[in-house]
Design a protein around this ligand. Structure first.
Ligand SMILES: Cc1ncc(COP(=O)(O)O)c(C=O)c1O
Length: 399
């Protein structure tokens, strides 16, 4: 599909390209939970202008306990809030914490299919043999040698790799539910990792940059009652402004503050007034009913499309974890990321045609395939999406 460059404006669920209005299924990779240019974003901008706020951290009125209380609703065991600006920055610093608290042990465990942003240490994926493959040029061997990749959801293989390498490792880093393959019921795998970390004194890091807020009960950890040592949050939490957090639990927080050699956390834009104000307004505004409505529409979207595919023998299935979804181009049950990648490569041409079809129906399908609905969604809009997506699937993915 050709690059879209002429975006005129955007409002709620829609992006305007030229004079045409398109339904945006990406919402800036999940950032715009309240939709584009929503009233809370506008309120924050107006406050900044009217009250002549600056980004100087010297005068940061909003960095207060009240704000931390709002954040804690989503991440119950957070004991401290360390401000960062991007997800990648927060991940980099969380790994730094893990090494600092774990005698600088260099190895880290990541899970195939988890995405942690533009971080040299984690920018790897793997095929079935789990050998790290760099996802970018310019990543030195030292990063490859320090990363151990665990298979998605496979406890037996995971056990073997952990036992072989944990003595030289500082942490396990995981997206508790991966946007790359959003499935329910991840408790057993997460619980296994949680117990292993406790036993072997590794730091467990949950990257909840996507799952935070968008999940029933606010986060995967709240939903499953499985709590990491460190949580990373960001994206939707900033309400459209760049912000991310490192949230250590009490034990880690105490250890960080007791360390003789201090950990460096600084960043020019970390905790700047604009982002914190927007985040504060966003968290204050969002309530359970709004999230429930979005979750219900997401479930309805999944169910309707899956029923249609079954009835019409179409080779597609919608996967969903609470508030985000993904179409997988096979009707078989896919439960690992290597199989998903294989299908996406195999169907590349058809997928491109399908995206083009939706574009002509005024729907912008996400480049990375992860579908996010906003809290502005309603049944009519969801039906519009379902209707067009079903027709597109029927056209290109008939068995
Ligand atoms: C789960 C997850 N972690 C980390 C990141 C990296 O965040 P950023 O792009 O803000 O650096 C992303 C971004 O897509 C993400 O989805």
């Amino acid at each position: 599909m050709k690059e879209i460059i002429n975006v005129n404006k955007a409002k709620d669920d829609y992006i305007y390209i030229g004079k045409k209005k398109y339904f945006d299924l990406s919402l800036q990779n999940g950032v715009l939970l309240l939709g584009h240019n929503n009233k809370i974003f506008n309120k924050s901008l107006n406050q900044i202008i009217k009250k002549k706020y600056t980004i100087s951290k010297l005068n940061n009125k909003n960095l207060n306990k009240d704000f931390f209380k709002l954040v804690k609703k989503y991440f119950k065991n957070a004991h401290e809030l360390i401000y960062c600006t991007t997800g990648s920055e927060a991940i980099t610093k969380a790994i730094r914490i893990a090494r600092a608290l774990n005698k600088n042990k260099t190895k880290i465990f990541i899970v195939n299919g988890s995405w942690h942003g533009s971080v040299d240490q984690t920018l790897f994926n793997a095929k079935n043999n789990l050998r790290p493959i760099p996802m970018s040029a310019g990543i030195g061997n030292i990063f490859r040698d320090n990363v151990k990749i665990l298979p998605f959801e496979d406890i037996d293989k995971t056990k073997k790799i952990l036992n072989a390498h944990y003595r030289n490792a500082s942490c396990i880093l995981i997206e508790p539910v991966a946007a790359s393959l959003p499935i329910q019921n991840r408790e057993s795998y997460l619980k296994y990792l949680r117990d292993f970390c406790k036993k072997k004194k590794l730091i467990m890091i949950f990257d909840e940059i996507i799952t935070g807020i968008r999940t029933e009960k606010g986060s995967v950890q709240n939903k499953y009652n499985i709590f990491p040592d460190i949580t990373i949050a960001g994206k939707a939490i900033g309400g459209g402004f760049p912000i991310s957090f490192i949230l250590p639990n009490k034990e880690v927080s105490v250890k960080i503050n007791k360390l003789k050699d201090k950990i460096f956390f600084g960043g020019t834009f970390s905790g700047n007034n604009y982002s914190v104000l927007s985040s504060y307004n966003t968290l204050k505004f969002i309530n359970k009913n709004m999230i429930t409505k979005m979750l219900k529409n997401s479930a309805y979207f999944q169910k309707k499309i899956n029923n249609f595919c079954l009835e019409n023998n179409l080779d597609v299935k919608v996967y969903r974890f609470d508030g985000f979804l993904r179409l997988i181009f096979s009707k078989k049950n896919i439960n690992n990321i290597v199989a998903r990648d294989f299908l996406e490569v195999k169907n590349r041409k058809k997928i491109d045609k399908f995206k083009k079809y939706l574009y002509n129906k005024r729907i912008l399908y996400p480049k990375n395939g992860v579908i996010f609905l906003s809290i502005m969604i309603n049944r009519d809009k969801t039906d519009f999406l379902i209707r067009n997506i079903c027709q597109g699937i029927k056209k290109y993915f008939k068995k």
